[in-house]
Write a protein that binds this ligand. Structure first.
Ligand code: SF4
Length: 506
């Protein structure tokens, strides 16, 4: 489902291409309906693209009852065509690689075929090379990797090897809050064609009880539409992407974000094309440097880095839980029905369209999950199931590591946590909330406040030698004992009622 690359097919030039919509896989992940519909429709359009390129396609769709999973589809194909060799591209997800290995070990003989695994060239990073760099380090820092990638690929670098504009990273120029009334050009909406309509119907029929909805589906599912959506972003939203990268605004689920991660992650777009297009737009004077560098950092920096981290530390990485957080997710993670306005907006967006942008994921949802001591594995499963762009290699490092700092600090040098002050500065959510972002205790107190300060109080010892936490810990120490006691009590009540309890469940 994530290797829809026509170049790969051309390179391998196989006798036939096998495409499987695995009912068992989608059911096991309890995926959001939007996510399944996107992938199924993209696979079906890809089948046409492969046929048009002159290759035979064997396509096992959701509707064909005997082929519930990949093994039965492979068995059927081998029997029907009598092939002796089966070629797979090395999967990007660890559990798929384990499955392929087991297939090669145990089943190939029984099937009478040889399984050959070809390298995965859909990423810019060599897994072994990354692991050799990362594994000996206590903290393989993204910034170091990113600079190496800029230099290696020759992106936004001068002839003498220095960064264009004099600085490698303009993160500090990516933090403007957005104001109500500002106009943000929406992403391209594609009307579902007959193939997509068929996929939407199949998803509703086969997975009626999965979370989310197929209503309002307007994602690109062909390579041509993916490229149109990408060009639309470069033209209309990239120029201000840099300024408002960290902003959040009611009624603006996309803002200036590209909204192409799902296309990139199934190989309808290629990372190097995006990087070269953005660099060209900058060099032609169409976008400012903080936008170009900010976007390129996400692709050749963060995206490649988390892929490398994933393959360097899996499978133990997914089980990391450095603070022993155990709470399960409250039911409102599947509805968005909570009185906390920021979480309500961010989670409702996920329920509606299987998407929220980066800063909503990091500084609202994961921030809350960290402060409320939710289980990193439960949060990881939720992100994996609910997002249209989710794949294990991207979700796990971003949630267990970056989002919840449960990996012991391998990725992030400090937890990405904040009180209500950050959310109030970067969004308009607090203006419509029943809680008061300025209050730490009492009926109107914002939960982010007492969760934040009691978290710091509780883990003061653990973070005391971390220079990036010094200021936060000092501020926590200044809080009078009586107020800290009140916040502890309020935290306890909140967890009982809003996280563990039934009282607020929809
Ligand atoms: Fe979120 Fe607190 Fe602001 Fe309400 S007041 S929107 S809960 S940060």
């Amino acid at each position: 489902e994530d290797q829809l690359s026509i170049e790969l097919v051309r390179q391998l030039s196989p006798d036939r291409v096998l495409l499987i919509e695995s009912r068992r896989h989608y059911a096991a992940g309890e995926f959001h309906k939007h996510r399944i519909a996107f992938q199924v429709s993209a696979i079906r359009h890809f089948a046409d693209e492969v046929r048009a390129a002159g290759f035979a396609v064997h396509h096992y769709g959701l509707g064909r009852r005997p082929y519930l999973d990949s093994v039965s589809a492979i068995k059927h194909l081998v029997k029907a065509c009598g092939d002796s060799q089966f070629v797979v591209i090395d999967p990007s997800e660890h559990h798929c690689a384990v499955w392929i290995d087991s297939l090669a070990d145990a089943q190939a003989e029984a099937l009478g075929i040889e399984i050959r695994i070809e390298p995965n060239t859909l990423f810019l990073t060599d897994r072994e090379e990354f692991a050799a760099w990362a594994q000996p380090l206590k903290r393989p820092i993204m910034e170091h990797f990113y600079r190496r990638m800029r230099t290696k690929l020759g992106v936004l670098v001068e002839a003498d090897g220095s960064p264009v504009g004099g600085e490698w990273n303009l993160d500090k120029e990516n933090r403007k809050p957005a104001k109500r009334g500002m106009m943000f050009p929406p992403p391209l909406a594609i009307s579902p064609d007959a193939i997509t309509q068929g996929a939407l119907k199949d998803v509703e029929r086969v997975f009626p009880n999965h979370p989310g909805t197929t209503e309002g589906f307007s994602l690109p599912v062909t390579r041509a539409d993916a490229e149109r959506a990408w060009d639309d972003f470069v033209k209309h939203r990239l120029p201000q992407f840099g300024d408002y990268e960290d902003a959040m605004l009611t009624g603006e689920p996309i803002l200036n974000h590209s909204f192409v991660s799902m296309l990139l992650n199934v190989a309808l777009l290629s990372p190097m094309k995006l990087v070269r297009d953005v660099e060209a737009a900058y060099r032609a004077g169409r976008v400012p440097l903080n936008s170009a560098e900010g976007f390129i950092r996400q692709i050749i920096g963060w995206r490649e880095y988390v892929y490398g981290i994933y393959w360097s530390f899996m499978p133990e990485y997914r089980a990391r839980n450095s603070r022993g957080s155990k709470l399960d997710l409250p039911d409102w993670f599947w509805t968005g029905k909570t009185e906390m306005n920021c979480l309500s907006h961010c989670i409702s967006g996920v329920v509606e369209r299987a998407y929220s942008h980066h800063i909503q994921r990091l500084m609202v949802i994961c921030n809350f999950a960290t402060l409320a001591a939710l289980s990193p594995q439960a949060v990881n499963d939720w992100f994996y199931a609910m997002y249209v762009d989710s794949h294990d290699w991207v979700v796990t490092p971003n949630v267990v590591g970056m989002g919840m700092n449960a990996d012991g600090g391998t990725i992030a040098t400090k937890p990405y946590i904040s009180s209500a002050a950050y959310i109030n500065r970067m969004s308009d959510y607090c203006q419509g909330c029943r809680f008061d972002p300025a209050e730490r205790t009492g009926e109107l107190a914002c939960p982010f406040n007492y969760l934040f300060w009691t978290f710091l109080h509780h883990f003061a010892d653990r973070f005391k030698n971390n220079p990036r936490m010094t200021m936060m810990l000092k501020n926590a120490q200044k809080i009078e004992a009586d107020q800290m006691r009140q916040m502890m009590q309020q935290r306890k009540t909140f967890i009982e009622l809003h996280v563990r309890g039934k009282a607020y469940r929809p």
